[in-house]
Design a protein around this ligand. Structure first.
Ligand SMILES: Cc1cc2nc3c(=O)[nH]c(=O)nc-3n(C[C@H](O)[C@H](O)[C@H](O)COP(=O)(O)OP(=O)(O)OC[C@H]3O[C@@H](n4cnc5c(N)ncnc54)[C@H](O)[C@@H]3O)c2cc1C
Length: 392
């Protein structure tokens, strides 16, 4: 079912068919959890997921994020066997360049990542130049290199997970917006939609940048701000070849090849707040010029690359740039999965797994989600990694 008929009851309602909602549906359905209903105000992938640059890397400074990325990478690599669809993951390799002066932090983080099983090595300037001869690397002391990382596609991931969940019995309703939660005596009873009420004892909110207003009636205010981001897509200059994806603190940009003939560049910084229902659909020319000019300091051939188009999108950002995952205080049966702060794509396969463990078993096995609990800010416990970079 997709669209018109409205179910009246389910065992689980998942709000939002982005990569997170679809991944949760997939993992619940895989475990025959019961009647699963996914609703989306628009359609699968229509939020941040379908606009994502979709870089995949293991390089985080907070160990549980590395664990989530590692589980996800295995799923990306074995997509057909696990999800049953063709998938869209490109193994290009990934390079992390940090600010000069942060090499010690880089070393510590790489050691921690290796300890958790990540395939990552430290490379020096000469090795980086050998790997990427087109990059200007004069000031780079050390970089981290992950040969197995790369990039994917948010639309494909959301739709593949959803297709597999539906094949296992889940129901999906597009164009079905939840307007409020149904709460009685501190327990969730379902959701109010524009087409009527749907009842369920468990509701999982994976509504990305639309989360905060939806929670007004719950008594819990998720600290999620919206941030506008712009991405440039260029046609490769004649001698440019596809290379590794990169996050580069020095130019404050991230970039990757896009297929065999294009190049994608994104900005570290964005403007807050922004209305997720009303934001520019095209980047500003001045901002694109600025992004390209900065990344061309790293990849000088970009100076002669032609701009093809731009992508815009909205991040759902929390004060420590980590997601809010877990039970909503004061409302039994209501779960929150949002606030991915521009970094959710790469961990979405694992998020569905751990959220399904939490919902079905009351605790997680694969990765401990306690540090990500939605109440951590009011408790005065934001996440702070041991070896955080200035711009983490
Ligand atoms: C420009 C851009 C670049 C990015 N680059 C990267 C990257 O390189 N690597 C990376 O890992 N991450 C990246 N991200 C972040 C990543 O894409 C997101 O963290 C991830 O897609 C979030 O998925 P989600 O399912 O939580 O949210 P979304 O994809 O936003 O999905 C939320 C869904 O909920 C639905 N919804 C909202 N409200 C309601 C309601 N009331 N009722 C019913 N449905 C509702 C929406 O329609 C939407 O489909 C990027 C994001 C953007 C915008």
């Amino acid at each position: 079912m997709s669209g018109n008929g409205l179910l009246k009851t389910a065992d689980f309602i998942i709000l939002g068919a982005g990569v997170m909602g679809a991944s949760i549906a997939f993992h619940l359905a895989r475990r025959n959890a019961g009647r699963i209903l996914v609703i989306d105000r628009e359609h699968a992938g229509s939020g941040g997921s379908g606009r994502s640059s979709a870089l995949v890397r293991m390089h985080y400074s907070f160990p549980p994020e590395v664990e989530l990325a590692l589980i996800s990478l295995k799923i990306f690599h074995n997509w057909r066997d696990i999800v049953g669809e063709t998938g869209e993951f490109r193994r290009t390799g990934f390079v992390r360049i940090v600010h000069p002066g942060e090499s010690e932090l880089l070393k510590q983080n790489v050691a921690m990542q290796r300890g958790l099983g990540a395939k990552v090595e430290l490379i020096d300037r000469l090795q980086l130049k050998e790997l990427e001869p087109d990059w200007q690397v004069d000031e780079v002391e050390l970089a981290a290199y992950e040969p197995d990382s790369g990039y994917g596609d948010g639309n494909v991931v959301a739709n593949d997970f959803l297709t597999a969940a539906r094949e296992s019995g889940a129901t999906y309703l597009s164009k079905t917006r939840a307007t409020n939660f149904l709460i009685e005596s501190g327990r969730i009873g379902g959701v109010q939609t524009e087409q009527g009420e749907i009842h369920a004892p468990v509701v999982i909110a994976a509504a990305g940048p639309w989360t905060r207003p939806l929670f007004q009636s719950t008594g819990f205010d998720p600290p999620i701000e919206t941030e506008f981001h712009q991405v440039a897509i260029l046609k490769n200059a004649p001698t440019m070849k596809p290379g590794a994806a990169c996050i580069d603190s020095v130019t404050a940009t991230y970039f990757r090849s896009d297929g065999s003939d294009k190049f994608l560049i994104g900005d570290f910084y964005g403007k807050r707040p922004i209305d997720p229902d009303n934001f520019p659909q095209r980047p500003s020319e001045t901002d694109l010029e600025d992004i390209i000019e900065r990344s061309a300091r790293r990849v000088p051939k970009l100076e002669s690359a032609e701009v093809m188009r731009g992508v815009t999108g909205v991040y759902d950002v929390t004060p420590d740039s980590r997601p809010l995952l877990g039970r909503v205080p004061g409302v039994e049966g209501l779960y929150l999965c949002a606030g991915f702060s521009g970094m959710g794509f790469k961990i979405s396969p694992a998020i569905g797994l751990v959220m399904s463990e939490l919902i079905l078993e009351g605790r997680t096995k694969a990765v401990d989600l306690t540090p990500f609990r939605p109440t951590r800010f009011t408790e005065g416990s934001p996440i702070k990694a041991d070896f955080e970079y200035k711009d983490d």
